[in-house]
Design a protein around this ligand. Structure first.
Ligand code: BGC
Length: 748
């Protein structure tokens, strides 16, 4: 009954959508026919707000704005001048910009873009959620989607319809300063969470005031820097690129991502902004991407100034546009406009290529409804700052937090303990939120919402101020925070020490570090805390894993909170006191030391070493904590694995079932992860690959059967011919400690 009612309206919707698309195409073509070369090149030009703004934040410079739009016909603007603006300031800024665009000959609206990386970064009081690395730890794609929806609404309420997110770079190099922006080391998690976010950003239809255009980034391989330093060379064999870095983008394209940003770095000596192979052959022809490709910050001119593959600035523009970049994030001047115009006049870039790029940009603007109404929409205003967003932020932080160690069940803290909260992160807000938090670097606490709590605040509020003391002062780096004598003295008479270490906020190049080791003064503090004889619970708020190998044995409990947004402190205190039973799972292998950076999906030779001397140790995979690790205050038991059939055939499916029982005394959530291993293959098979996961909630004593369906495509890998293929053979399945076997073959 329901179906028959729904069916005609769905048909009508899809008919309407395709009629809309056809109308948008016609309109884009009509505009293109009317446009001068200047107007076209202007559409391909994106500048930063500073180019059209006055010195005072949130205020525009009318003369500069007119120059940008009238003279240079700029089609897109991004960023802030300094820090987040209020919703009202954004409304004024966007309104003035669109007013100016409305005065232009063809009245083409401006497309404004911002980085809403973990919530809407650049609007004051917007809700910030865990960074992607924390989202990956939640193993909850529905949560990732719900967060993306809120981000979309808060962007749109600010009058902004283009979000430079999600980051789809695979986090396989923990030194990389943008590691926290990634979904960690696993391809399947990256694909699943990325698709969840993109769908949520766009599924309502871009004309709807609850949607924004997504921008998957940074195509491709950006995270694989050899040194771990941001924007330094990547050497990536194509087989590896296709196995670990491409699937996230190809899944995102299928999910309908509207735009893409390019990797600032070089791969195998070719800057990606100059790679026609990657930007046209792979992205367009092979993956079928039809949306807008935008450069990253200043990256076209850098083909000349930094990469030295273009002898002149104009050649840089020619290389990038011919490789497939549609829009240049110039962003601080109009050089791109002038140089591209010259290049077109000299026939170094064809009009066909220009028209192709401009058509894509116009289509995106049309799809976003900017031609119908380019102004901040009253209907979107209600989408800002709703109280349920804070509840969602708390849920996300709860589900991200990963309990790494709980010796003698020290956690949750029982009764009404007296605690000392120490360490540089104990009274920091920025160290709980990280990059892209009201400012680019996220360090300036002045701009955080007034209700933001530190770990010390949250614990004092929960336990009562008389139970909580601290030696920490505000300012992560304040010398007092590293005073070991003060810490030892304050520990007198307490039941436990909560030691808050990790990383203060950073983004991009300013976050480059020479070493993953935790700064020496933090390990000294940890030793001092342990020397008091009091149980020490280490709380880590960090964007990437810093080595804690030498201090971990001294800690009774270790809680990894990542950078989990606005409610990180409350979530930490809930986990410490047992008001929340932790369920986060490590999205990366927590490394032990620099010589042991082995990832979970390692090759057999990383496990099985050549033994020459009988006393030689076999290292293999021995991270401090493995990928997928995460303790709970309850206990989950897994039954044996049940397979529908031990033989999988081409076109067939395999049903895998396991029953999970919460045999402990507390309710809790558990993520069931299914890994496979192929015994032998034409190229060395991975020792493990995550193929599916499901997060379930179980009351104490409750059981649930979890069902997964595997098809041959789920077992595929990239072969020596660079094709993604599934080969016949024997396979193991691993779920927790349980295993089962099946084979895949075409034979009857
Ligand atoms: C970053 C991008 C970001 C852009 C605009 C660049 O520095 O690499 O991820 O979208 O700035 O803010």
């Amino acid at each position: 009954m329901k179906k028959s009612l729904l069916f005609p309206s769905m048909l009508a919707l899809s008919f309407f959508a395709s009629a809309q698309t056809a109308a948008d195409r016609q309109k884009a073509d009509l505009l293109l026919r009317q446009m001068t070369i200047d107007e076209k090149i202007g559409q391909m030009t994106q500048v930063t707000l500073g180019v059209v703004a006055a010195a005072e934040d949130g205020v525009l410079d009318p003369t500069a704005l007119t120059k940008a739009i009238k003279e240079y016909k700029v089609g897109s603007i991004l960023n802030v001048t300094n820090h987040a603006l209020s919703v009202d300031q954004w409304k004024k800024v966007i309104t003035l910009i669109q007013d100016e665009a409305g005065k232009s000959r063809l009245k083409i609206p401006v497309l404004y873009g911002l980085d809403g990386i973990h919530g809407q970064t650049y609007t004051l009081d917007a809700t910030l959620f865990p960074q992607n690395i924390g989202i990956a730890a939640t193993r909850n794609p529905q949560l990732a989607a719900a967060i993306a929806k809120v981000t979309a609404k808060e962007l749109r309420a600010s009058g902004v319809r283009w979000n430079f997110a999600p980051v789809l770079d695979c986090g396989r190099q923990p030194l990389w300063s943008r590691f926290p922006e990634t979904y960690g080391e696993d391809v399947f998690i990256g694909k699943t969470m990325g698709v969840g976010a993109i769908t949520a950003y766009e599924e309502d239809g871009l004309r709807n005031p609850t949607a924004v255009a997504s921008c998957m980034k940074h195509f491709i391989g950006y995270s694989a820097s050899r040194t771990g330093k941001d924007r330094t060379p990547i050497y990536l064999p194509e087989i590896e690129l296709r196995e670990y870095y491409l699937p996230q983008f190809s899944a995102a394209i299928k999910a309908g991502a509207s735009s893409l940003m390019v990797n600032s770095s070089e791969i195998n000596g070719t800057p990606v902004h100059a790679s026609k192979y990657l930007l046209t052959d792979v992205l367009r022809k092979e993956l079928g991407f039809q949306g807008v490709v935008v450069s990253d910050w200043e990256d076209i001119i850098r083909l000349h100034t930094r990469h030295n593959v273009a002898a002149t600035p104009r050649q840089a523009v020619v290389l990038a546009v011919n490789a497939g970049v549609d829009m240049s994030m110039v962003p601080s001047d109009f050089s791109f406009f002038t140089l591209l115009k010259e290049a077109v006049q000299k026939k170094e870039v064809s009009i066909t290529r220009i028209d192709e790029a401009v058509r894509r940009i116009l289509l995106l603007k049309l799809k976003l409804g900017l031609f119908d109404n380019p102004y901040p929409e009253p209907a979107a205003a209600a989408g800002f700052g709703r109280s349920e967003y804070k509840t969602l932020a708390l849920q996300a932080a709860h589900e991200a937090i990963t309990l790494l160690k709980d010796e003698d069940n020290i956690l949750p803290l029982s009764g009404k303990p007296h605690i000392l909260v120490a360490g540089p992160a104990a009274r920091s807000i920025s160290a709980l939120n990280g990059c892209w938090s009201y400012t680019w670097q996220g360090k300036d606490e002045h701009w955080y919402p007034a209700d933001s709590k530190t770990i010390y605040d949250a614990l004092s509020d929960k336990l009562g101020a008389e139970y909580v003391r601290t030696t920490t002062v505000t300012g992560f780096d304040s010398p007092a925070n590293y005073d070991t004598s003060a810490l030892k003295a304050a520990a007198e008479g307490v039941d436990a020490i909560v030691l808050c270490l990790g990383e203060n906020a950073y983004a991009e190049s300013p976050g480059v570090i020479p070493d993953l080791a935790l700064p020496e003064q933090q390990t000294v503090l940890a030793r001092a805390a342990a020397s008091t004889g009091k149980p020490v619970i280490l709380v880590l708020t960090e964007g990437r894993p810093r080595f804690i190998t030498s201090i971990a044995p001294l800690m009774k409990g270790i809680l990894l909170a990542y950078w989990s947004g606005r409610k990180t402190a409350e979530a930490i205190s809930d986990v410490l006191t047992g008001d929340y039973n932790p369920d986060g799972r490590l999205p990366y292998s927590y490394p032990r030391s620099s010589g042991d950076m082995v990832l979970y999906d390692r090759k057999p030779t990383e496990d099985i070493r050549e033994i020459f001397n009988s006393d030689m140790t076999m290292d293999g995979y021995r991270p401090l904590y493995p990928f997928g690790w995460g303790l709970s205050y309850t206990k989950f038991d897994y039954s044996g694995i049940r397979l529908s059939n031990p033989h999988l055939k081409p076109g067939g499916q395999l049903t895998v079932q396991i029953t999970v029982t919460n045999s402990g005394s507390r309710d809790g959530k558990n993520t069931v992860e299914l890994y496979t291993r192929q015994h032998y293959a034409s190229i060395t098979p991975n020792t493990r690959r995550l193929r599916a996961f499901k997060k379930i909630s179980l009351k104490a004593g409750e059981s649930q059967t979890v069902t997964f369906t595997l098809s041959p495509a789920d077992l595929a890998f990239v072969n020596a011919q660079l094709k993604t293929a599934t080969e016949p053979g024997d396979f193991d399945i691993y779920i927790g400690e349980k295993t089962a076997e099946f084979d895949y073959s075409a034979a009857p």
